[in-house]
Design a protein around this ligand. Structure first.
Ligand code: NAD
Length: 395
């Protein structure tokens, strides 16, 4: 079939296998170009390994430190008539690249929240990889079924206490309109914390500990976003922010769990960028288009892979980590520089549909969005008849 992008709202329902491979390769090349990361972990479990920050974590560990990796993700396989999801093709490309360099690389395609998935990961680790020295928790999920009760919880992206009206860019129609988001109920807040908070991170570490699969000095890290004034009403001080606060609670609890192996749990604060998860959050696409504009002009722009390389070299594996007073690694330092935020805040009220492409980097946003699904990569023939079928070797 001829595979073209089919964008519906904030999601692209098709993905290109060769384009996704090019995306993975670009990140591998970047990491290899940075040289070997000293003290890097050797056996790494990445939960949420197939896209965005989790994929970049896996690539950094494997190609920056020579790590064996076990990944967990939730991706749609291809059929003769439909392409797979991008994360499926990304994982296939990662497996191929890692194995061709002699690195162990296996992935489970399943629901990370389930006991079944954890049991499978433990069995694979016992059989093939042994104890882990880094666990990355990088899930971006809309719902979670509690493994004990079977109850299904859904996350919402809503403000807390009062409604919020703000300028919003529809990235599909390119219309800018004011949207009003009503405040979340207490139940919606609690459900969002259940899905995106730290409980499942704790369950993973507990399961690994019970199975004696945590190596001495094992690190674990979960990702968050804090942002600034413009995004606080919909992110930092909203339902998702509440869930992310729960990661701080979980990190403290996990640190106690890890004391026996002298391990460490941290939350890492990463910058805002285009991923499948962030494109679904109201206001964020316009904010990110402005972040890209300002940071590219400043020469401080970074993608997932640059952020992850810094997390390893300036956070996880250095004697002088960039930590804040709540023990979080701060990789959002460039985005949150007061002068950068001031420029973004000054541009924000001026943006209209007419000047969108001058005042913001929506062009860059959109190109990067399509690249997430394998579209727009040089060297890929998008007019060629391409089979969506590809064996990814999932467990
Ligand atoms: P993403 O959408 O690119 O990737 C999400 C990953 O989670 C994918 O690998 C997907 O397969 C996996 N996943 C989702 N549900 C799953 C399930 N039930 N079982 C197994 N795997 C599942 O997301 P992202 O933007 O890279 O976000 C990852 C983390 O980073 C999130 O916690 C997010 O809040 C955080 N973060 C994102 C940004 C941003 O701007 N994108 C900024 C800071 C922090």
């Amino acid at each position: 079939m001829i595979i073209k992008p089919k964008v519906r709202g904030f999601i692209c329902t098709t993905a290109h296998p060769q384009g996704c491979a090019a995306h993975v390769q670009e990140q591998i090349d970047y990491i290899k170009g940075q040289g070997t990361i000293a003290e890097a972990p050797k056996n790494v479990l990445v939960i949420g390994c197939s896209n965005g920050y989790g994929l970049a974590s896996r690539i950094t560990a494997a190609f920056g430190g020579g790590a064996n990796t076990l990944g967990v993700c939730f991706e749609k396989p291809p059929t003769e008539k439909r392409t797979a999801s991008a994360g499926y093709y990304n994982t296939a490309a990662f497996h191929h690249a890692a194995k061709s360099e002699g690195l162990y690389a296996e992935s489970i395609n399943g629901d990370a929240f389930s006991d079944e998935c954890k049991d499978k990961a433990i069995a694979l680790l016992k059989e093939n990889m042994g104890k882990v020295d880094l666990v990355v928790y990088s899930l971006g999920a809309p719902r979670r079924q509690d493994p004990k009760t079977g109850e299904v919880y859904s996350s919402v992206l809503k403000p807390i206490n009062e409604g919020y009206t703000a300028k919003n860019l529809n990235t599909d129609t390119r219309k800018i309109t004011d949207i009003t988001v009503e405040p979340a109920s207490d139940d919606e807040i609690a459900q969002t914390v259940k899905v995106m908070g730290g409980e499942d991170w704790e369950l993973w570490i507990d399961a690994l500990k019970q199975a004696d699969l945590l190596a001495d000095g094992c690190n674990t890290v979960a990702y968050t976003y804090l942002g600034e004034k413009l995004t606080w009403p919909i992110y930092g001080h909203a339902t998702i922010g509440k869930a992310k606060e729960d990661l701080d609670r979980a990190a403290t609890a996990i640190n106690q769990q890890l004391s026996g192996v002298k391990g460490q749990a941290n939350v890492a604060v990463l910058k805002a960028l285009v991923t499948q998860s962030s494109s679904a959050i109201p206001i964020m696409p316009l904010y990110i288009s402005l972040v890209y504009k300002v940071m590219k002009e400043e020469g401080t722009h970074e993608g997932c892979i640059q952020q992850l390389h810094r997390l390893f070299t300036e956070g996880l594996y250095t004697d002088s980590p960039r930590l804040d007073d709540t023990n979080r690694f701060r990789m959002d330092n460039l985005e949150l520089r007061p002068e950068t935020q001031a420029k973004i805040e000054a541009l924000w009220p001026q943006v209209t549909e007419e000047n969108l492409f001058e005042l913001t980097d929506f062009k860059g946003y959109n190109e990067e969005f399509l690249k997430l699904f394998g579209f727009g990569w040089e060297g890929v023939d998008y007019d060629a008849d391409t089979s969506p079928m590809l064996e990814a070797d999932f467990n």
